[in-house]
Write a protein that binds this ligand. Structure first.
Ligand code: ZN
Length: 250
């Protein structure tokens, strides 16, 4: 991945419709040339488009962001793996609520993120902050809610079985993101590229925000007419479970 700011290299080009859809997706404005009712019978608003589980678009959104984060990690870490299967348990006692599945996966594995050679595992999740269940919460509270939940599921297993660190990363469909992970990433990139930290963090934020915008536009306009066959992974199932509480589409 190039570390520069040109529009072309950052892949910031939008079609005319995408350009017009951008404020609509942020402010829940009406969406022209789209069905008024979703295939499940719900009003097809922007808010619904961001959480409707028809057509695997939400899984695509997650996978796009996961792959971008993996590319960023690959710039500064080594031993990168996408969707690594966790090592099996061998009698370790984990906290209540921990994921003990033999085929449990996370989003990325790398070495050299928090410590020089230490293993680091990551979980990326994208949520829609305007969903009813978040009405009373600030963005910080939303990030914390999800990150704490993921820590309960994975942290003890990663620490005791994989001898690594676990870092959840929460992002929102409106371009928000939790700070800790990207701050560390910016430190590593700025050191490697001998650039100011401020430049590195701004570059990361732009890159990630734009990827989120693109995935939001896909959720807005993507085909939902037929569910495609997909090889669901354990991680995908987790996402489905998270979203089940946000929509009554099922
Ligand atoms: Zn729907």
């Amino acid at each position: 991945m190039a570390y520069c700011d040109s529009t072309e290299d950052m892949n910031f080009d939008l079609t005319k419709r995408e350009f017009r859809d951008t404020p609509r997706s942020r402010y829940d404005w009406p969406i022209p040339d789209s069905p008024s009712i979703c295939v499940y019978g719900f009003s097809f608003t922007v808010d619904h488009a961001m959480i409707c589980q028809r057509g695997d678009l939400i899984l695509q959104r997650h996978n796009e962001i996961r792959d971008l984060e993996a590319e960023l990690l690959d710039m500064v870490c080594y031993d990168l793996a996408i969707e690594p299967t966790l090592q099996p348990l061998a009698g370790e006692e984990l906290n209540r609520g921990a994921n003990t599945a033999t085929d449990a996966r996370l989003d990325e594995h790398s070495r050299g993120f928090w410590e020089r050679q230490g293993a680091a595992l990551f979980y990326t999740l994208v949520c829609h902050p305007n969903a009813d269940s978040y009405k009373e919460l600030s963005p910080k509270q939303i990030y914390k809610l999800h990150e704490d939940e993921k820590k309960r599921k994975y942290a003890s297993r990663i620490i005791s079985v994989q001898n690594g660190t676990f870092t959840p990363l929460a992002l929102t469909t409106t371009g928000g993101m939790s700070q800790r992970y990207h701050s560390r990433l910016a430190e590593l990139i700025s050191t490697k590229k001998q650039e100011d930290y401020a430049i590195a963090i701004a570059w990361i934020r732009r890159k990630v925000s734009f990827a989120i915008l693109r995935t939001a536009l896909v959720c807005l306009r993507g085909k939902r007419s037929r569910r495609r066959q997909t090889n669901f992974q354990d991680n995908d199932l987790e996402i489905e479970k998270e979203l089940a509480g946000l929509t009554k589409c099922f």
